[in-house]
Every structure is written in C-alpha cells, then in structure tokens.
Design a binder for this molecule. Structure first.
Ligand code: TXA
Ligand code: MG
Length: 354
C-alpha cells in the first residue's frame, strides 16, 4: 500500500469563534497520540503534530512530501509556553511578541532541546508563532503540547485556505481536518529573525512591514532579508506556492499593467491556449473582449486584504478549470501588497516586466 494514503481522514466541522469542546478534545487526543490534525489559523490552514514527538513530526514531512531541509513553525497557546521550545528570547523578539501575539507573526529563536530535531531541519533555531484563531488556540491548549504545523498543502503547492483545499492535497494522508470555514487572512504569517536591534523579515506575510516598523522600540529597525544570503529562510524556495498550470506574471512598475496583461493573454489565445486569469477589478474592462478566457476574481488591487483572502482559492479554482495557462499581474507594493507580490512571483513560471 502507498505509505502516503494509509489513513482515513475525518472532517469535523467546528464553529470558528466558539468551537465545540468535544470536537477539540477529539483532535487534541489525536495530537497527543502522535496523529496528524489539520486546523484553521487566522492566516492559512496548518497541518499539526506534537512538536515534541519526533515520529509525529516526521509524518508531517511524509504526508506533505515536504523536503526535510525545510523547517516547520511551532505553534503555542500563549507567551508563557515560550520557555518550552526556545532556549532564550532576545529583547526585540519579546517586544514584537508582546505587540503582535497572538497574531500572524512568526519569530525565529534559539531552539530548546525538547523540540523534535526534524522541526528545525537541523538548525539551532526554531520558528515560533502564537496564532489568534480561536480553533487553533483551543486545539493547542487542549493538546497540552506545542504544535508543529506547516501550511496544510502538498509541498510546493499553494497553501490551503479552506478544509476543501486541505482534502484536495492531503485526503487519506492525515487523521482529521477541523473545518472552521475559510482562513480569514488567506496568506501566511510574517517570519522574522532578530539580531540585536534589527528585525529581519525572512518571509513577508499577513503582518505588514509598515505595522512592524510602527511597533519598533526606539533605536530598533526592520530590514527585509536578501534571499540567498545570511539571514534567508531555508524554506524560501524560488518556485513555491504554485498552481499546477504554468503561471505568467506581469510585473508592473508603471501605469500600464492592464494593457500589458491583456497583450500577454491575447498572445496566448493566438497560440491556441485557453488562458485563465487572476483578475483584478481594475483590469476587467481591458480583458473584456478576450475569448476564450477563464476569470477568477481577486477584487481590487487597492484592497489587498481582499486579494490576499482570495489569492490561493483563485489559483486552485483556475487549476480545476479548463484553462491551460494562467496569468496574473502584481499590485502596488504597499501593505499586504508586498506579501501578495512575493507569492505571485514564487508561483510564476514566467515573468514579463513592464
Ligand atoms: O501562517 C503561517 O505561518 C502558516 C500557519 C499554519 O501557521 N504556516 C506556514 O508554515 O506557512 P510553512 O511551513 O508553510 O512555512 C514556514 C516558513 C518557511 O518559510 C520556513 O523556511 C520558515 O518558516 N522557517 C521555519 N523555521 C525556521 C527557522 N528555524 N529559521 C528560519 N526560517 C524558518
Ligand atoms: Mg507552506
């Protein structure tokens, strides 16, 4: 039998704000006994296992077909649990946690010995986050252990923002999905490491650089880590968060994004393809005459919170459609736009710069 498809995956619906304690206890018992439970967080769905149980953590990598060199985030119920997974917490990290936990901030800290080695993929550090979603919090509290959880998707695919997405990728590979409805932010947490007075953003995410900067203590600063050098995250592969079909990304720096997008789509139609587009409202008129064209709406680029919430669901929708090739364009790089553009770039097989 295929080792990946040996479990029966149960789906249990829970109220996202007041989850049923019996459902949470069932999930917590599975975590304590080494099982795999997918659960909603405020960012995306996580695939959780007991972070202190090496075998359980390894089974996360098996279920996802994730590369063992890509470390996981450990989820805690509150800051008082930090000492169980981190050897120490630098002052700037503590300050940021004090300001943003619970919430979509992940901090990289020196690792405590109790953490299962596979969590950190051999690093001396551990990434830690305290989610704010009531289902995630209830599950971690009831489990009584820290929960290691990557996004609940197959390796290199887009993160799952609904229970249906989790099943698309992991049905038969995990024990349980707590279905708490769509994940509110729709994009992953911001990963930060700290060195003295500098916070390095290793992965842009749901917590914006502007919010981080505004919360810094006097004398501290925030920098985005240059991928490929000293502070980069090992898991930040160039091609990641990707749909199955090849995505062409129009990278817009000027004002002609809609025209460039329409031109690229027109060329694909002329070549006999059926394009699918991640469509911004402001581009709707420009692509209106184009046919055939499969459209998945992202809302307006001026409302990046909506774009973030829809992004992965729209990619999965186009993957399921009869489109043969996919198109998208970047949005203004402010606020959540930075994380959205980052994910689009990693999803892209081809870039057109305009
Ligand atoms: O919002 C999120 O962060 C979601 C939810 C489930 O919490 N989780 C998530 O996990 O996106 P994952 O495994 O898909 O991404 C974890 C990221 C990767 O980019 C990884 O390289 C980085 O965190 N990371 C983990 N441990 C690290 C460490 N010790 N040092 C540097 N980066 C680390
Ligand atoms: Mg992931």
């Amino acid at each position: 039998m295929n080792q990946h498809r040996s479990r029966r995956t149960r789906v249990v619906r829970v109220d996202p704000l007041e989850p049923d304690p019996a459902a949470i206890e069932e999930a917590a018992a599975l975590v304590r006994s080494g099982g795999l439970v997918a659960f909603p967080t405020e960012t995306v769905y996580g695939l959780g296992a007991n972070a202190l149980d090496e075998d359980a953590v390894r089974s996360i990598f098996t279920a996802k077909e994730r590369d063992a060199s890509d470390p996981l985030i450990v989820h805690l119920a509150d800051v008082s649990a930090l000492a169980s997974v981190a050897a120490s917490v630098p002052p700037l990290a503590m300050h940021l946690l004090g300001r943003f936990a619970p919430g979509p901030l992940t901090v990289v800290l020196p690792r405590a010995a109790a953490v299962a080695p596979s969590v950190s993929a051999g690093l001396a550090t551990v990434a830690v986050r305290i989610p704010s979603h009531p289902v995630a919090r209830a599950l971690i509290s009831a489990s009584g252990v820290p929960i290691a959880a990557p996004s609940a998707n197959r390796f290199t695919r887009t993160s799952a923002t609904t229970a249906a997405h989790v099943l698309e990728d992991l049905d038969g590979r995990i024990d349980l999905v707590l279905d708490g409805g769509p994940a509110p932010a729709g994009i992953e947490s911001t990963v930060v490491s700290v060195e003295g007075d500098t916070a390095f953003v290793l992965r842009a995410g749901a917590l914006t650089a502007e919010d981080l900067a505004a919360a810094l203590p006097p004398g501290a600063r925030v920098e985005s880590a240059d991928p490929g050098v000293a502070h980069a995250s090992p898991g930040m592969l160039e091609r990641h968060y990707a749909p199955r079909k090849p995505l062409t990304l129009v990278r817009v720096s000027g004002a002609h994004g809609a025209m460039a997008l329409a031109a690229a789509i027109r060329a694909a139609i002329a070549a006999g393809e059926t394009p699918g587009v991640l469509l911004l409202e402001e581009d709707a008129l420009s692509v209106a005459p184009l046919s055939p064209l499969v459209r998945a709406s992202l809302g307006s680029g001026s409302d990046p919170a909506v774009v973030a919430r829809r992004l992965y669901a729209a990619m999965r929708e186009l993957d399921r459609s009869h489109a043969t090739v996919l198109f998208a364009r970047t949005i203004p790089p402010v606020g959540l736009g930075v994380a959205i553009n980052d994910r689009l770039k990693r999803a892209a097989a081809r870039l057109i710069e305009v």
